[in-house]
Design a protein around this ligand. Sequence first.
Ligand code: ADP
Length: 503
Amino acid sequence: MQAFQKNSEIFNLLSEGVSEGIIVVNTKQIIVATNSSAGRMFGYEKGELLGKPLDTLIPRRFHGHHGHHVEDFIDKSERRQMGRGRDLHGVRKNGEEFPVEAGLNPFKLYNETYVMALVIDITERKIKERELSHWAKIFDESLNEIYVFDANTLHFVNVNKEAQRNMGYKLEEFKAMKPLDIKPNMDAPQFQLLIEPLLKGKRDKVKFETEHQRKDGSVYPVEVHLQLSTFGENEVIVAIILDITERKNYTEKLEKKVQERTKQLTEALAKEKELNELKTRFLSLVSHEFKTPLSSILTSITLLAKYTESHQQEKRDKHVETIKNKVRYLDTILTDFLSVERLDSGKVNYKIETFPLSKIVNEVVYGANMLLKAGQTIQYPENIDDIFIRFDEKTLELALSNLIHNAIKYSPEDTTISLAVSRVKDTILINVIDCGIGIPEEDQKHIFNRYFRAENALLNQGTGIGLNIAKQHLENLGATIEFTSEENKGSIFTIVIPLENVN
Ligand code: ADP
């Protein structure tokens, strides 16, 4: 110790000039000299540390351990850096611990061995290191793909784990590649155009959508965020990639849904418009269709009242017949209108039953006989007793009577209306054949439209509803209605019932 003090002036002179803390201990690990850097570092006044054991500067939990190390070191008497591979800590006077790095230099002075420790406070460095490893961890463990590529050569410099995993390339493979190698839908000029604003400092960030291709060839949509950065001396571009498959799917689904809804809305609007038009037409039709028969009923009744004489019975009969006919007609069109209403509001209840076809044919023909014009006859098959139909009886009756009434209405006197039943392939056909006015060719395509009446039919009373509802009802039950017609020659209307409805 004394020997050491002799040289203290020289020691002081030399040691005060360095920024590292210098602590000299003897073999008993007693501090024999410090410089002021060491004092500042550990929070002691000048000279305060002298004579104190080295352990004063070392956190308690390292004491036993540390002593052993130093002894060992003194024995071997070699220079060395302490703290490599493990964290070394110092403790300040106020108990605060801090990370240090220490280099130990043994020397001999007047036959005594000393160790000079050069101590550096590495708090700042540790913070930086921790930050760096934190960022490295974020880079590597990010679930987004992160790529770093050279701003000049465009070669990948680093690629995080998620990118390697998802893309199927190893880091080494990536290093031989450029961003364009994984962008199948982009060419060099396009890419250059995108990164130019970054390189020229015009923009801090560039964002775009494209597709990436994995090593296995599969492609997926991505959103790319590019940012300029530096890596050592080099300018690099950092690319953060978001897999937007889900988002794309969602957007596509959404777009589809919007399209669907728009279509539904447009259709609903069109339907609404059509319904409104129909209603207007319906109202004018009702007023017209009701007015004519009602006024002829009124005329007949007025005349009836005048024929009071008993010999005028024939005239009275004629008017009673007219009134009956007109009332029947009004009843028919009212039924049709109500049927339309029920069809449109979906309030129809069908009752599927098995019944003989002949029953319907007979009933319809019986009803139609009363409407026949002078000289008209109805021919109908009598050998259909073995045909049983599984269907809604009312619907079939409505459709068939509608066809026969039309055949009567649109045929002149002295003609025959034929009803024929045949079996063709897997259907039963019920034909109603007339030799009437027929349907002009240009009107034929509209004939099933509600309220449509052909040009040549306008002299006859009618509403244009019958065929439309007959067809709708039949189709609701799997059957249908067809026709062929030639103007001034006649028409054939056919009800087609699939055989599965036939017993
Ligand atoms: P309506 O007979 O009350 O006008 P329908 O719906 O029964 O209504 O018929 C629609 C249109 O089809 C008729 O107005 C007519 O132009 C035409 N039509 C229907 N059946 C025949 C037929 N047998 N001969 C000629 N035209 C017909």
